[in-house]
Design a protein around this ligand. Structure first.
Ligand SMILES: [Zn+2]
Ligand SMILES: [Zn+2]
Length: 365
């Protein structure tokens, strides 16, 4: 079976033939049908997140269950599934309180290996790690069964794939984490794959004013297509001044940082109104530290929170997002501006990092 492997940082992914063991206790083998190209993969490629290599990248994907290991009951062979990049042990303090994204049940094993600490893929007999225990830039994935969720089988594969990361993260940040209410004003900093989903989540929630902010004009055009009522080009305009102007001098009720960085984290806090809520969505480099204004937070009773994976519950929310898509309440077709063959995957990262696509997806036969 072939998989796209990162063997060294700042080098292209290599599509290599790997040996794969079948699923063990509580694991499944899935034939991957589509896998999105995401900035989180890029953070590993460029060394922002120093993780042990070699590693099969990819974490936003969908496929068909091909084989069950012993003891699997949440899916059956032939099910269409979306991968979750977080485990879900079902009984830790976080799973028990419905905050499954924070699952702490498997913290004693590395998050690029199976729960018994071993690897299911090997190259010349040596273990190869799987990003987030899945590593979906692969023809087949063996992973813990708790990390796949069955969904309706009329959902297009490309749509199913992106629900697994960017759609869940962006829409979840709005409707599951921040609970944006109808009539609110919302600033979205960064209008890439996640940011555009924050924009369409805000529209879904009934926000009155949705301000998209980016450095690239083509991304601002995308933001308008997905429901932004106003856009700000941060390269040429003063973001805070523009936000004030659009919100009658108050600032935004909600501001989402879909980039993930020190500057944008400080920006979203500065851009919210008193009693407003700033939300960090994009995942920063591990070393980032932000210069937040504590006095503005105290005097303005501002709230700053982080959301991981849109604070979703994959077992429930993947199906919800699939239904919203099939009922045309959210737009996933327009989000997917390119599809690639597996051997074009490095081109996918080039177009992602130059900002030329809303979302690109690798499709498998
Ligand atoms: Zn992702
Ligand atoms: Zn858990």
């Amino acid at each position: 079976m072939r998989a796209a492997v990162l063997t060294e940082v700042n080098k292209p992914l290599q599509i290599l033939e790997l040996e794969q063991e079948g699923p063990k206790l509580g694991e499944v083998r899935v034939q991957v049908k589509a896998a999105g190209v995401c900035m989180s993969d890029w953070h590993i490629i460029n060394g922002d997140w120093p993780l042990p290599l070699p590693m099969v990248l990819g974490h936003e994907a969908a496929g068909i269950v091909a084989e069950l290991g012993p003891g699997v009951s949440n899916v059956k062979t032939g099910d269409h599934v979306i991968f979750s990049f977080r485990p879900h042990c079902g009984h830790c303090r976080y799973c028990s309180t419905g905050r499954t994204v924070l699952c702490s049940g498997h913290n004693d094993t590395p998050r690029w290996r199976m729960h018994d600490g071993t690897a299911r893929v090997k190259l010349n007999g040596e273990p190869v790690n799987q990003m987030a225990r899945i590593g979906t830039f692969s023809e087949f994935v063996v992973c813990p069964a708790e990390q796949v969720v069955a969904v309706r089988d009329d959902l297009p594969w490309t749509h199913a794939a992106i629900i697994g990361c960017s759609v869940a993260t962006g829409i979840g940040a709005v409707v599951r984490h921040a609970n944006v209410e109808a009539g609110a004003s919302v600033l979205v900093v960064g209008c890439g794959g996640v940011g555009l989903n924050v924009v369409q989540g805000a529209k879904l929630a009934g926000a009155k004013t949705i301000i998209g902010c980016d450095l690239l004009a083509n991304k601002l055009a995308y933001a308008r297509e997905f429901g932004a009522t106003h856009t700000i080009n941060a390269r040429t305009e003063d973001v805070l001044k523009q936000v004030q102007q659009v919100t009658q001098g108050f600032g935004a009720d909600y501001a989402f940082d879909a980039i993930g960085g020190a500057e944008t984290a400080a920006l979203v806090v500065d851009a919210i109104a008193p009693a407003g809520h700033a939300v960090l969505v994009g995942i920063p480099a591990f070393s980032a530290r932000a210069a937040i204004s504590p006095s503005a937070m105290v005097y303005g009773e501002k709230k700053l929170t982080g959301t991981y994976y849109g604070s979703i519950r994959p077992a429930i929310d993947f199906a919800m997002l699939a239904d919203l898509d099939m009922h045309k309440r959210i737009e996933l077709d327009r989000l997917i501006s390119r599809t690639y063959r597996f051997d074009e995957i490095n081109e996918g990262f080039r177009l992602l990092t130059t900002g030329e696509v809303a979302r690109g997806v690798v499709t498998f036969n």
